[in-house]
Design a protein around this ligand. Structure first.
Ligand code: PHE
Ligand code: FE
Length: 299
């Protein structure tokens, strides 16, 4: 049975008492495509059609065009092997099936090697509107299209390498880096000629947040600021209180290019910032009314 083309990291020739065995990066499994039920394909179709309709004009064009270019359609759950041909030709990334969330270091190692772990299973029909853990729809529909974009593709690899490094520095550094991921890769907005658009995977895969993040008066929308973001706590149980807005993927790449080691050291001496806090020095696109916010619960 075929391994994904850009094979997983393989620790060659590991000697055991059973002879030499190939060892693959942990957590990788092949997509059991034939095992998807009619319900699974129908769930994909429902979510795909619903989100695409919502996202035209809301998501950035880079996202929508990439989804089309990859050949994602509502017709059936895409096959990773087919998407991989397009993705590898475009930016050299490879999708790998996984059962669910990976240990942090494994996740970083995959990204650092341009492998994106995608949860192989899709939510049940009764979980259409909300599911706590990432499933195939979130990972594939939400995260994968922007891997077609050369700048974003480089950002994700750099993030993986940065993650390996932060992991070696310690838990505080890792937390700073996780906040950056949260407020960009998962919940980022981008400012383009015709206004704000969505690029974060956590938003594009959510019906409610696709509307709320752009159109609600409740949340703050604040200009991207690397160290500010790395200090900002976030929500895991409600929509975000604050969204950060980048001007371009190049801005994201340039701002994150410097060595973070001295930044982590500096941040360790500073307080965190609440999920809904606005400071005088923030570049505010919209100051949230805070309507409907729940007190407490920032992580
Ligand atoms: N430049 C960062 C570092 O030195 C790595 C990084 C790149 C982190 C891109 C996040 C995003 O740690
Ligand atoms: Fe995600």
């Amino acid at each position: 049975s075929a391994q994904p083309a850009n094979t997983p990291r393989r620790v060659e020739n590991l000697q055991t008492d059973k002879g030499k065995v190939p060892v693959y990066a942990t957590g990788i499994i092949e997509q059991p495509w034939d095992g998807y039920s009619a319900d699974d394909h129908a769930t994909w179709a429902t979510l795909y059609a619903r989100q695409r309709e919502l996202l035209v004009g809301r998501a950035c064009n880079e996202f929508l065009q990439a989804q089309d270019a990859m050949g994602m359609t509502p017709d059936a759950i895409p096959k990773f092997v087919e998407l991989n041909e397009v993705l590898q030709a475009a930016t050299g990334w490879t999708l790998m099936g996984v059962e669910g969330l990976l240990p942090e270091l494994d996740f970083f190692d995959h990204l650092a090697n341009r492998r994106f772990p995608v949860t192989w299973w899709i939510r049940r029909p009764d979980q259409i509107d909300y599911i706590e853990e990432p499933d195939l729809f979130h990972d594939l529909f939400g995260h994968v299209p922007l891997l077609m974009n050369p700048v974003f593709a480089d950002y994700m690899e750099a993030y993986g390498k940065g993650g390996v490094k932060a992991h070696g520095i310690g838990p505080d550094a890792l937390q700073n880096l996780t906040r950056l991921y949260w407020y960009t890769v998962e919940f980022g907005l981008i400012r383009q000629d015709d206004g704000l658009h969505i690029f974060g995977a956590g938003i594009v895969s959510s019906k409610g947040e696709s509307i709320y993040s752009l159109e609600s008066d409740a949340p703050n929308r604040i200009g991207f600021d690397l160290e500010r973001i790395m200090r900002t706590r976030y929500r895991i149980d409600t929509y975000q209180k604050t969204y950060f807005v980048i001007d371009s993927f190049e801005q994201l790449m340039d701002a994150t290019r410097p060595d973070f080691t001295p930044i982590y050291a500096r941040l360790a001496t500073q307080d965190t910032i609440g999920a809904g806090t606005v400071r005088d020095e923030d570049r505010v696109f919209h100051r949230g009314t805070g309507e409907g916010w729940t007190a407490g619960g920032d992580v």
